[in-house]
Design a protein around this ligand. Structure first.
Ligand SMILES: C[S@@+](CC[C@H](N)C(=O)[O-])C[C@H]1O[C@@H](n2cnc3c(N)ncnc32)[C@H](O)[C@@H]1O
Length: 432
């Protein structure tokens, strides 16, 4: 049910200024305050649902194309203005390149800065620069290079996968992502129900869709949103009915739902109470159950599990297609702590498995430090463990085999189909 705030909020009749202002605030939160869009929810609270969606779409599109917008703007700027003024300019260029009428875009962006006492002096400059910058022809825009990842991220990715692959990954980031669903039941039936494409891995893909909650089967809990790559690790684990499985970093619950749908007896654990609320909501909507535990996975003590899923906290660099804010809001300085936490979580999880139990380790990361290297180092620390060979299953393509075992998924794979998130996944078996 809509909250009172949502019911009160009405679409704007101010020529679309409210969603543009919210998009601008989101951009400022990301590029100036270095916060993720997911941490800036409050910015959208007072907007009507359709304005909220529009603001988020605008912010995401601008972040994705920010490098292109800067190229267009550069020749028109004698001196680079403050970052928040740059964001108003970027917003205008990206909207105009997307086909919005130039006049409305210029007026709106001038109003954004003009309404702020602090930025009023930039009104004239924004007006003059944008008038010229929005004249770009769609064909000219399309010919501009796809924006590069920032150096701090490009460097380790180039070292791992090579420059050419990083360029392909950047193209995949720029293209964005389709909507992938995981079916609670038969994916072929779901594909028909939502008129989607049944992918070889069993996910159902929609390239053109409106409001997610209005799609058939949402209210009945027939499916949940989960990138095709994110759905593969649990397929590797192959959970069996009745198995006792601990999902150690469970929220928002995509993998918990897969485990429960397979008939496993699932305990979903997460450090974050608020994120666990989303696991509960997802389970309720899909009419499935799991034991929910709010705890720290590094100290949780119940052992004897048939299998453990460790979808560890990570850089999330595999999800930039969906989250173009990440390269702007992060700088890699916190990653070393994550690598250490991942190793500690692996060691602790191994101790909680019963003899013969399986540990699924996975991360939505493109950095080998969080995937291949973690696996290699875990095997050095625990020489009695074995990496389960990848199943012969036809859905695993040859180029997805990771060096040293496991599955390496990248956004440049399936480019003809709309790509996939980046992921690493491997199953480790404890001796019986
Ligand atoms: C990559 S997300 C998990 C995604 C989830 N498995 C899914 O498929 O929807 C990582 C999760 O780890 C949780 N987390 C981080 N540190 C943790 C810890 N020490 N103990 C338990 N959970 C932790 C975060 O709150 C976050 O929800």
């Amino acid at each position: 049910m809509a909250s009172p705030r949502q019911t009160d909020a009405r679409p704007t009749d101010d020529n679309g200024l409210a969603p543009r202002r919210a998009a601008w605030q989101l951009l400022n939160g990301v590029t100036s305050e270095k916060r993720l869009l997911s941490e800036l929810d409050g910015t959208l609270e007072k907007l009507a649902p359709e304005d909220r969606a529009r603001a988020m779409r605008l912010a995401v599109a601008t972040l994705r194309a920010s490098g292109r917008a800067d190229r267009i703007l550069k020749p028109h700027l004698r001196k680079r203005p403050p970052e928040i003024v740059m964001n108003a300019l970027r917003l205008g260029v990206v909207e105009a390149a997307g086909g919005a009428p130039a006049h409305g875009v210029v007026n709106a962006c001038v109003s954004l800065v003009g309404d702020s006492a602090r930025l009023k002096t930039f009104r004239g400059m924004v007006n003059a620069v944008l008038r010229k910058a929005v004249e770009i022809e769609p064909a000219e825009w399309d010919k501009l290079p796809v924006p590069n990842l920032p150096k701090w991220l490009r460097r380790p990715l180039s070292a791992a996968w090579g420059d050419r692959t990083v360029q392909r990954i950047e193209h995949a980031h720029f293209a964005g992502a389709p909507l992938d669903l995981t079916a609670k039941g038969d994916p072929a039936v779901l594909a028909e129900q939502v008129s989607g494409e049944l992918l070889p891995t069993g996910s159902v893909r929609l390239s053109d869709y409106g409001q997610v909650s209005a799609l058939p089967g949402y209210a009945d809990g027939d499916w949940w949103v989960q990138d095709a790559a994110a759905a593969m690790p649990v397929r590797l684990l192959d959970p069996q009915p009745g198995e006792r499985i601990l999902d150690l970093c469970a929220a928002p619950g995509g993998k918990t739902l897969q485990l429960a749908a397979a008939g496993a007896e699932v305990t979903a654990l997460d450090l974050s109470d608020s994120r666990l609320a989303r696991v509960r909501e997802n389970l309720d909507r899909c009419r499935m159950t799991a034991n929910i535990v709010a705890a720290d996975a590094t100290t949780f003590e119940e052992d004897g599990w048939d299998a453990i899923v460790l979808d560890a906290p990570c850089s999330a660099t595999g999800t930039i297609r969906r989250h173009p804010d990440l390269p702007f809001a992060r700088d890699g300085s916190e990653y070393f702590q994550l690598f250490e936490l991942q190793a500690r979580l692996i060691d602790h999880a191994i101790g909680l498995l019963k003899p013969g139990g399986r540990l699924l380790y996975c991360t939505c990361s493109l950095l080998p430090d969080e995937g291949e290297a973690q696996l290699e180092e875990a095997l050095e620390r625990h020489p009695d463990l074995a990496v389960a060979p990848l199943p012969e299953a036809g859905w695993i393509e040859a180029e997805w085999h990771a060096d040293g075992g496991g599955l390496r998924l990248r956004p440049d794979f399936w480019s003809e189909r709309g790509g996939m998130d980046g992921f690493f996944a491997a199953v480790l078996t404890k001796p019986g």
